[in-house]
Design a protein around this ligand. Structure first.
Ligand SMILES: [Zn+2]
Length: 135
């Protein structure tokens, strides 16, 4: 009979059957439950981001409807890209959080992906603001 591991090594990024320290790397273990709870937090934050950004997007879309000022269409075009990228971040966070909530493991590839997409979103937002200032 095997006992389900109750602890989690944050460094090895995997559940551990040890009680205090990881036998592989010596890192102090955390409760697996707390690692899973963090996953739910990421999951919730992702859902919140999806709902919040969608709401803001709809709001901005209505606000900008009918506006024809110079440079504005380029700004809106870039802004839409920013919204899509942030929604992608939210979706990735939901997926990553879901997996972490069930296994305790952080999916580092997805976490890295979120960072990259977010950085691109910031960059596009920056160029959008520059475009509108230049107009
Ligand atoms: Zn370890």
């Amino acid at each position: 009979m095997t006992i389900a591991p109750a602890m989690f090594c944050p460094r090895c990024n995997k559940p551990s059957g040890d009680t205090e320290k990881c036998t592989t790397c010596g890192t102090r273990l955390k409760a697996l439950e707390s690692a899973k709870r963090r996953g739910w937090v990421v999951f919730g934050a992702g859902i919140f981001l999806l709902v919040f950004v969608s709401a803001v997007w709809i709001w901005v879309d209505r606000l900008m409807a009918g506006q024809t000022a110079d440079g504005l269409s380029g700004f809106i075009g870039r802004l839409n890209v920013v919204f899509v990228l942030i929604l992608l971040c939210g979706a990735l966070a939901v997926v990553s959080g879901w997996f972490q909530a069930h296994s305790g493991r952080t999916n580092r590839a997805i976490a890295f992906g979120i960072l990259i997409v977010f950085a691109i979103a910031l960059f596009v937002a920056y160029t959008a603001l520059k475009a509108v200032n230049a107009a």
